[in-house]
Design a protein around this ligand. Structure first.
Ligand SMILES: *Cc1c(COP(=O)(O)O)cnc(C)c1O
Length: 484
């Protein structure tokens, strides 16, 4: 009783005394870390990440108890820590199923690489490599030489240099060849490509003065002739990547622009965007401009992406006349934009596959996906539909419908590939609950499934689900969702 008289606030304490503090039921951090299961996890992941998860799980438990919940038992806490650590240690760069119908999807990582390229990257990571070492002479070398010979063979160029992506290729080319001077380009080609690639902004960043010629829909050769002065450093043509100008249009072809520019002693640069090194028509696909033809038409420098229709790693390829490429590689910006040995390893291996011209649709996964027939994709839909119907539940109907895939990444925006999709639409009472009931749950599967909402239904174009991946896809549907 003496205690009651001496402790401040003892009267209040006394009234609460009958119910023990529920927080006291929680184990300490150290006690949990001593649990056999968590010792085993610490062996695999390290003590520090496990400790962080223990702290997070205990903090959450305290919060729940504060809100009137009951204290979880020790084995439940251990299970929660195990889940938390699994989530914490899984990569943020997650693999996904791309069922959007866009094959070369910029937000989903563009090209899938050839097995040869994947092996080459592994080797380049494991071992020292002759990256900038001339093995013949025994001294410092040049990393661009690794792919230059192959690019010469594939495009007929004199020289080549590689940077991080095509945006960097355009920026570097403009800066090295035309800083503080004028660049002539057709108004119809002042393009913006998803994200922040806007040609006028790149020109500004490169320190060039943009001279627009012609109108949005029509540009004639006299427009170029009138615009070229002694302040002109370059004439540029950009491939209209993600849109098409149709109707009453006119543009000047590459050979004619080259002739006009060369008559005034001005180099002609073409940004091809996709730049296929394989004639896609041979494989039944829409024609795509090829660097070889553009150079043959008279372009002095051509730029394009490594991870669009070249089917390789992210990179920007700059090809052309030797003295212009030399000027470009001497620019200090080249040092800032150069690629790593991993990119070069993947690019070299991809170019070698292309140069072999041997079993290309099997060896270049993206080419294989682009070539899949509607019948083949429909058959995949038939195989997957029963599981999808069970997964979606009785509130939804799953049917098979024809659709059109896109090549993507600005390649031939108007050309579509005949494909087929599983179309999941809500019945009566589930109307309007697509995003909540289907789209989001698919996105939170261990391997997230990305589709496309169109016309009140979820469309899963199965072009990019290869037959070899179907079993993995089905197992994934039955797995527990994870939070992202
Ligand atoms: C895609 C594209 C670019 C940008 O290339 P990245 O490799 O994405 O940097 C630039 N110009 C054109 C015409 C393109 O199609």
């Amino acid at each position: 009783m003496a205690r009651d008289l001496t402790l401040p606030g003892a009267g209040e304490a006394k009234t609460r005394e009958p119910s023990p503090n529920p927080l006291a039921g929680l184990p300490s951090v150290d006690r949990l870390l001593g649990e056999r299961a968590l010792i085993a996890l610490a062996e695999v992941h390290g003590r520090l990440p496990v400790k962080r998860c223990v702290q997070a799980v205990l903090a959450l438990a305290r919060e729940r108890i504060g809100n009137g919940g009951v204290a979880p038992g020790e084995s439940e806490l251990v299970a929660q820590v195990a889940l938390a650590i699994a989530r914490d240690q899984s990569p943020r760069l997650r693999p996904v199923f791309n069922l959007t119908g866009t094959v070369i999807h910029t937000n989903l990582g563009r090209a899938l690489l050839a097995p040869e390229a994947i092996d080459a990257v592994g080797q380049a990571m494991r071992d020292y490599a002759a990256l900038e070492y001339d093995l013949a002479r025994g001294g410092r070398g040049d990393r661009d030489v690794i792919v230059e010979e192959l690019l010469r063979e594939l495009t007929g160029c004199e020289a080549a240099t590689i940077v991080n992506n095509n945006a960097a290729a355009v920026l570097l080319t403009l800066k090295a060849l035309a800083a503080k001077r004028e660049v002539v380009i057709s108004r119809g080609e002042l393009i913006e490509i998803g994200g922040a690639f806007r040609l006028p902004d790149i020109m500004k960043a490169a320190g060039c003065k943009l001279v627009e010629v012609g109108t949005t829909n029509r540009t004639h050769s006299r427009d170029y002739e009138n615009a070229i002065t002694d302040r002109t450093a370059l004439v540029v043509k950009a491939h209209a990547s993600n849109y098409a100008v149709t109707g009453f249009t006119a543009s000047v072809d590459e050979a004619e622009i080259a002739a006009i520019a060369h008559a005034r002693g001005v180099p002609f640069v073409v940004d091809l965007g996709s730049g296929a090194l394989i004639d896609l028509v041979r494989f039944g696909l829409p024609a795509e401009p090829m660097p070889r033809d553009t150079l043959a038409a008279g372009a002095d420098v051509v730029t394009f992406s490594g991870d669009k229709l070249l089917f390789g790693p992210q990179a920007g390829i700059i090809l052309g006349r030797r003295e212009l490429i030399a000027k470009i590689t001497k620019d200090p910006l080249k040092r800032a934009l150069r690629v790593s040995k991993l990119t070069l390893a993947a690019l070299e291996a991809t170019l070698r596959v292309i140069a072999s011209d041997h079993r290309l649709p099997e060896r270049l996964p993206v080419l294989g996906l682009l070539m899949r027939s509607r019948d083949d994709i429909r058959a995949a839909c038939e195989r997957v539909r029963p599981a999808m119907t069970r997964w979606a539940g009785e509130d939804f109907e799953v049917r098979i419908a024809d659709c059109a895939s896109q090549i993507g990444s600005g390649s031939q925006p108007v050309e579509r590939l005949a494909s087929a999709a599983l179309v999941i639409s809500p019945r009566g009472k589930a109307k309007g609950r697509l995003a909540e009931k289907l789209e989001a749950p698919l996105r939170t599967l261990p391997i997230p499934v990305i589709g496309r909402i169109h016309d009140g239904a979820l469309w899963l174009d199965l072009r990019c689900l290869s037959e070899a991946d179907e079993a993995r896809f089905l197992a994934n549907l039955h797995a527990e969702p994870t939070s992202c």
